[in-house]
Design a protein around this ligand. Structure first.
Ligand code: MG
Length: 349
């Protein structure tokens, strides 16, 4: 995304204009789109370098890089939109590694005919999310595909952060005796999307939890608790994430259903659609596995942060060569918690 001098042509019609093929053509129209829309919201000293790549200052620690494509449908949903989500998703993947996210790149694939007003709203939302997270967008790209060959807009973001010396979190590090914490209610994002798609309405509307978790992860690391693993349970929900960790570490995990926070409206929507909240995506929640003796310290640090007020201890790590995840149900029985085979909820993020 090169720096652009204004005055090439008439300003973009951000109210009624639409994306056309020339906006991806590398010529004057593209330069104008970048100047009048992208740089307006996202401009900073790195984008202003105006070269083929951004030169970034050296940082302290090891580099952490994560990338994610966003194809959510609908683009605007209760509690968020594809712009904010594309920042949150990638910032959170860097943050749960224990790293401090600093930079983002973004690739936009736009469909011919997409309203510029919607694009403006989406990019503004990205800028807001980036500011909240304290990250800067340092590189970007825009391509346009013909009408019918895309679905409005797809956004791919890559995040870069620095991991301080001495922090080592990994899905391989869960040990029998450790405990499992979750930062808040599960299933909010996926059910906000589903209820919008299915036109369901409840007394309390379901709102996505889409949010940047790097403030929460920083508070958790500062608590001094012996954290082994942090991960954000996005696609596939809590069930998929916990199964991944059980397999990576070669341990079993026992969950306590009664301890897992689920909002009543999410529970009701799940029942109506025949879904299990444990399989539903989250975009502003994390799980952590830590030494049992540090559980209280870590829970207190989480609950002191606005995004961790509902944090709960929901299970423990046990010895199990089969890496089974099991849950004690509210009725006192025990059931397996499996990851799903197919794609149950497409285009959720
Ligand atoms: Mg993740």
């Amino acid at each position: 995304m090169a720096e652009v001098k204004k005055g090439y042509a008439r300003p973009l019609d951000l109210k009624h204009g639409r994306v056309d093929m020339s906006h991806g053509g590398g010529g004057r129209a593209m330069v104008q789109l970048i100047a009048d829309l992208f740089a307006k919201h996202l401009g900073n000293e790195f984008l202003a370098q105006g070269n083929d790549g951004a030169v970034l200052p050296p940082g302290h620690g090891r580099l952490v890089v994560s990338t994610d494509s966003h194809v959510v449908s609908p683009l605007f949903f209760p509690g968020g939109d594809i712009g904010g989500l594309s920042v949150h998703g990638t910032v959170n993947d860097v943050a749960v590694m224990g790293a401090t996210p600093l930079y983002l790149s973004a690739g936009f694939i736009l469909e011919e005919g997409f309203p510029l007003a919607d694009l403006d709203r989406i990019v503004e939302s990205m800028a807001r999310a980036a500011r909240e997270a304290g990250v800067k967008l340092v590189a970007g790209d825009t391509k346009v595909v013909e009408q019918g060959k895309g679905d409005g807009i797809f956004i791919t973001t890559t995040g870069i952060g620095f991991l301080p010396d001495g922090i080592h979190l990994s899905g391989h590090l869960a040990r029998p005796g450790d405990v499992l914490l979750v930062s808040g209610s599960v299933g909010d994002h996926g059910m906000a999307i589903m209820s919008k798609r299915e036109n369901l309405s409840f007394d309390a509307p379901i709102v996505s939890d889409s949010a940047c978790l790097n403030g929460l992860t920083a508070a958790m690391l500062a608590s001094g608790a012996a954290i082994r693993v942090m991960r954000d349970p996005t696609r596939g929900g809590l069930a998929a994430t916990i199964n991944e960790i059980a397999h990576q570490s070669g341990v079993g995990i026992h969950l306590e259903e009664a301890a897992i926070p689920v909002k009543p409206e999410v529970e009701a929507a799940c029942e109506l659609l025949g879904l299990d909240p444990l399989n539903i995506a989250n975009e502003g929640k994390l799980i952590a596995i830590c030494a049992a003796e540090d559980a209280e310290k870590l829970l207190a640090a989480m609950r002191a942060h606005p995004l961790g007020q509902q944090a709960a201890l929901i299970g423990k790590v046990v010895e199990d060569a089969n890496a089974f995840v099991q849950m004690k149900t509210q009725f006192g029985g025990r059931r397996m918690v499996d990851w799903l085979g197919g794609e149950q909820l497409p285009r959720i993020c």
